[in-house]
Design a protein around this ligand. Structure first.
Ligand SMILES: [Cu+2]
Length: 477
């Protein structure tokens, strides 16, 4: 991702230490050396499913408070985190297209929050925008109509200037939306369909999370479903893994340690049109992918790692993610069809725009980050869009060093070109809501803005960058 030498560190590691958000948080002790955390000694947890509080004919109701909790992440002392409902990461909400979800949120934290459902097509008042806050002690309900097709969505905090720290400290949970198209396919299901939430972290010697703005060089402990470098016991058959990069700043390039191939079947907005055979999966912050790994080719007793071939950080730590242990045989009647879905038709665009992403990378102590050379200002509308219009956006990362990515609320878009080359199929050929932009890169996106009118944001999903100002407002009128 970066040439992460000392020079880059000096250029990009600016930013201040944020005020502590935790009411009972200890003072920052010395850093915990990630090398002291055992690898592949704890099992990867399966994230529990959230139970509804009430069901009616068309709606599932859920109650989830935001609260501080002490949870087991590392061996030894517990870690104080911010949670959805006491769980780290939060429990997974399962939703169905055509059936409404209502989530009542009580904020028991000492800080204002905003709950965004990343990738969702929702009304602006339920989008969880950066200025639409739940004050400490307040409760509000968010309604998700689930009119879109299946997709792996993600609840995370979006309170402006605090989203990066809030998400880092634990306000993160899966929302898996399914539909008939997806359920009709013979893909691995049940216990063989496993959500995996990846993130990184920096701990102190008291096992507490250390948060420093734009601290991309020091978050060198990899957590999978909330535990460090776990192992996962599998049967010698196919598994579907729904993978989310929930980090603030780290881009992953995931591979199997034997170089073996796997099949990517989905991206941010659900299944791809056709499966894509690959040996690596690149995920920037906020991106999701569904892959199918067939462990049938490995004898029982085989262990292989899911590795990360991307920096920054020491490869002996950040290069390791998860170990799969093949422990038994199992029947397998699942398969990956050659056609997975029909993607929506691409209407003819009538408006073209160019969007530039840039952050200060000259080594100044408190760098800012901009869209079209402007810091985020919630009083300003940056882009006015006519409801129902299809637009082409050329988004450019004009930095020389810093990577970014680009996320739009409300819509799933399509990536038509990357660096001037047409995108046809592959990992970016499906519905997307977040797209990688390495330094100097550009993408051409197409989106249709319909369903709701009102204000939504678009921003870099390296959350420390959006907290530094790399965010803007579009108003659909
Ligand atoms: Cu960025």
């Amino acid at each position: 991702m970066l040439k992460a030498g000392a020079g880059t560190a000096a250029v990009l590691a600016g930013g201040g230490v944020a005020a502590p958000l935790l009411s009972a948080g200890p003072a920052h002790a010395a850093d915990l050396d990630p090398g002291t955390i055992p690898k592949y000694e704890v099992p990867m947890p399966r994230i529990p499913v959230l139970k509804p509080s009430r069901l009616t004919s068309g709606t599932s109701f859920f109650d989830v408070d935001m609260r501080e909790s002490d949870v087991q992440i590392l061996p030894g002392r517990k870690t104080r985190v911010l949670t959805y409902g006491g769980a780290f990461p939060g429990r997974t909400l399962l939703a169905t297209t055509g059936r409404r979800t209502v989530v009542s949120r009580l904020n028991t934290l000492g800080t204002a929050t905003s709950v965004h459902l990343h990738g969702a097509h929702v009304a602006p008042e339920h989008d969880g925008g950066p200025m639409d806050l739940i004050a400490p002690g307040d409760r509000r309900s968010y309604t998700y109509p689930n009119t879109q097709t299946h997709a792996n969505l993600w609840f995370h905090d979006h309170a402006h200037h605090h989203e990066s720290e809030h998400v880092y400290r634990g306000l993160s949970a899966f929302y898996l939306l399914s539909d008939r198209t997806e359920r009709s396919l013979p893909l691995p299901s049940g216990e063989f369909d496993v959500p995996i939430m990846l993130r990184d972290a920096r701990f102190d010697t008291d096992n507490q999370l250390v948060y420093v703005m734009d601290d991309f060089l020091n978050r060198n402990t990899i957590l999978v479903n909330g535990r460090p470098w776990p192992y996962f016991q599998v049967a010698a058959r196919k598994y579907r893994f729904r993978i989310l990069n929930s980090t603030n700043l780290r881009f992953f390039t995931l591979k199997l340690s034997d170089g073996g191939s796997f099949t990517q079947i989905g991206s941010d907005g659900g299944l791809l049109a056709e499966p894509f055979e690959t040996t690596e999966l690149r995920l920037s912050c906020g991106e999701r992918a569904d892959i199918v790994v067939d462990f049938a080719r490995y004898p029982v007793g085989t262990s292989l790692e899911l590795v990360n071939d991307n920096g920054p950080g020491p490869a002996e730590h950040v290069g390791k993610v998860l170990r799969f242990d093949v422990v038994r045989t199992a029947a397998d009647d699942s398969s990956v069809p050659a056609r997975l879905r029909t993607l929506p038709a691409l209407p003819t665009p009538t408006v073209e725009r160019t969007i530039d992403l840039r952050m200060d990378e000259d080594g100044r102590p408190h760098p800012n980050a901009y869209i079209d050379e402007k810091l985020y200002d919630h009083h300003r509308v940056d882009t006015v869009i006519q409801h129902g219009t299809t637009e082409l956006w050329t988004v450019r990362n004009v930095n020389e060093l810093a990577p970014h990515n680009f996320h739009m609320h409300l819509v799933q878009f399509r990536v038509l070109e990357r660096n001037g080359t047409p995108v046809t199929g592959g990992p970016e050929g499906g519905l997307k809501d977040t797209v990688t932009l390495l330094a100097g890169e550009s993408v051409k996106l197409q989106a249709t803005f319909k369903g709701y009118r009102g204000s939504y944001v678009y921003h870099c999903h390296m959350l420390d960058h959006s907290a530094m100002g790399m965010m803007a407002t579009m108003q659909i009128v």
